[in-house]
Design a protein around this ligand. Structure first.
Ligand code: GLU
Length: 485
């Protein structure tokens, strides 16, 4: 059996977005699960929309997510070059061969005459092409002369009349399109550049691609590609079109709808917001595919061993930011503490928090399973690094009763006198104080937490006090007594 070869073929017309990453991921999972090869091909033939650093962004973000490829513009490979702008001769040669075999023609039409055709509500197709200014309507010598004189032209595909174009999509099933609905596609533009259709088909064939996996939005292009394969006499690769990604409120997830709903669209935004790459990957894997079990949390390796195209659904999948955040918490929890330390450090620095690694490590251990994002340590747990300046007013109302100041004050005196600041000692002192003052332990636990953290929720109190340390605890308890009275 031939080796499975899959390509991810982004156009560098913008930065890698979350939908593009989902396509790259499915290409990766399929290639890896089949022991095949993954190719990164840069489709940069549209020079008007070219974005200079988009290719770097694509490469860096794939690497951030751990999606390594086997062949690419940087790595090279047996079918190099992997940038379409460097393969123009190949496309030109193939366009000419199509003209020679009668499957394509040179068209000299002015934009006015095409506009006129459209105004008459006509397509540039089999029924109209003989009324237009092209190589089918002039003698050969005239055409050669016009080409040689440097006149502008495009090459168009001669779409056959009255045929049904059909392909079996691995996800959508049978797709049929009537050729009457397809214009004579431009294959080579007037600037000499191939269009997406020509370059894509020529490259998929020459790069020995066996499976085309791409977004749903490319379905309308596929019948045109099938026609091209037929015209060249080539076997088309298997096709798999991934389900649409919907925004949380329905409708296609677009740059605009994402922005409106606070969804980061570029992959690099997820990195800068402190998302775990494994969480993003896990979330995207389930946006269209399901493992057929109740399992939800997967590493990339686990996904490779579980993934199959057969379990990719055709129904659109809804983007759910809460679910992504949930995955992020799950994957943060699985991180080694040293890795977590690396993740939280930039956010601490951003918040001007400068403390020693040994202390950050202790705080990480304390709140590891309460973090949803790496940035949470610097924001939700800022009290681990600085005395609280405010106290949650609702918490004060509920927890700071009339005897709170005196209980907290007594507890601070006991803590000050401790020679071992262990959790056991901290708990013993609190319960002993409660017993001697004839109150329940909660009567002291809650105001103490409020005093040291300014909030009413958080990690286990005695563990928190131990991490904060004796001097800090005593100082904070006394400050709170003064401030809250
Ligand atoms: N260059 C196209 C894109 O930007 C590739 C589509 C395909 O995979 O055929 O998505």
């Amino acid at each position: 059996m031939s080796v499975i070869r899959v390509r991810f073929a982004p156009s560098p017309t913008g930065y890698l977005h979350i939908g593009g990453l989902r396509t790259a991921l499915y290409c990766y999972l399929f290639a890896r699960s089949q022991g095949g090869k993954l190719v990164l091909r840069i489709e940069d033939t549209d020079r008007t929309r070219f974005v200079k650093d988009a290719e770097d962004d694509i490469v860096q973000n794939l690497a951030w997510c751990g999606l390594d490829v086997d062949e690419s513009p940087m790595l090279g490979g047996p079918f190099a070059p992997y940038r379409q702008s460097e393969r123009q001769n190949l496309y030109r040669k193939h366009a000419e061969s199509l003209v020679d075999s009668g499957h394509a023609y040179y068209a000299f039409d002015s934009s006015d005459s095409i506009a006129e055709l459209r105004k008459r509500n006509k397509a540039y197709d089999a029924s109209t092409r003989l009324q237009m200014d092209n190589s089918l309507t002039h003698p050969k010598e005239v055409v050669s002369m016009r080409l040689e004189s440097g006149e502008e032209y495009v090459v168009r595909l001669c779409v056959p009349e009255d045929v049904t174009i059909q392909f079996d999509d691995l996800i959508k099933g049978a797709v049929k399109v009537d050729s009457a609905n397809i214009d004579d596609q431009v294959l080579v533009k007037s600037d000499g550049m191939p269009t997406y259709h020509l370059a894509n088909v020529v490259d998929d064939h020459h790069m020995a691609i066996t499976h085309v996996i791409r977004g749903d939005e490319w379905i309308p292009s596929t019948p045109k590609h099938i026609l091209l394969y037929q015209a060249f006499g080539w076997q088309p690769p298997a096709m798999a079109h991934l389900p649409l990604i919907l925004s949380p409120t329905g409708g296609k997830l677009s740059k605009r709808s994402a922005q409106r709903q606070g969804i980061p669209i570029n992959v690099s935004d997820y990195l800068s917001k402190g998302y775990e790459p494994q969480a993003v990957i896990n979330f995207l894997a389930l946006l269209g595919w399901n493992p057929g079990t109740e399992d939800e949390v997967f590493t990339l390796e686990e996904l490779v061993s579980t993934f199959s195209l057969g379990r990719v659904g055709s129904a659109p999948a809804k983007f759910d930011l809460d679910k992504l955040n949930w995955f992020n918490a799950q994957h943060l929890r699985r991180l080694d503490i040293e890795v977590l330390l690396e993740r939280v450090r930039p956010f601490l620095e951003e918040h001007g928090i400068a403390v020693q690694d040994a202390y950050i490590r202790k705080v990480c251990l304390l709140v590891h399973d309460r973090l949803q994002h790496a940035k949470d340590l610097a924001t939700n747990f800022s009290y681990c690094f600085a005395d609280p300046v405010t106290f949650d007013p609702k918490g004060v109302k509920k927890r700071w009763k009339s005897d709170a100041a005196s209980l907290v004050n007594d507890y601070s005196t006991r803590l000050d006198a401790l020679t071992s600041f262990s959790e056991d000692a901290l708990e013993f002192e609190l319960r002993d104080l409660a017993a001697s003052r004839k109150v329940g332990a909660g009567r002291i636990i809650h105001p103490v937490r409020l005093a040291v953290s300014g909030t009413t929720a958080g990690p286990g109190l005695f563990a928190l006090l131990r991490v904060l340390g004796q001097r800090t605890c005593v100082r904070r308890l006394r400050n709170a007594v003064t401030k809250l009275g």
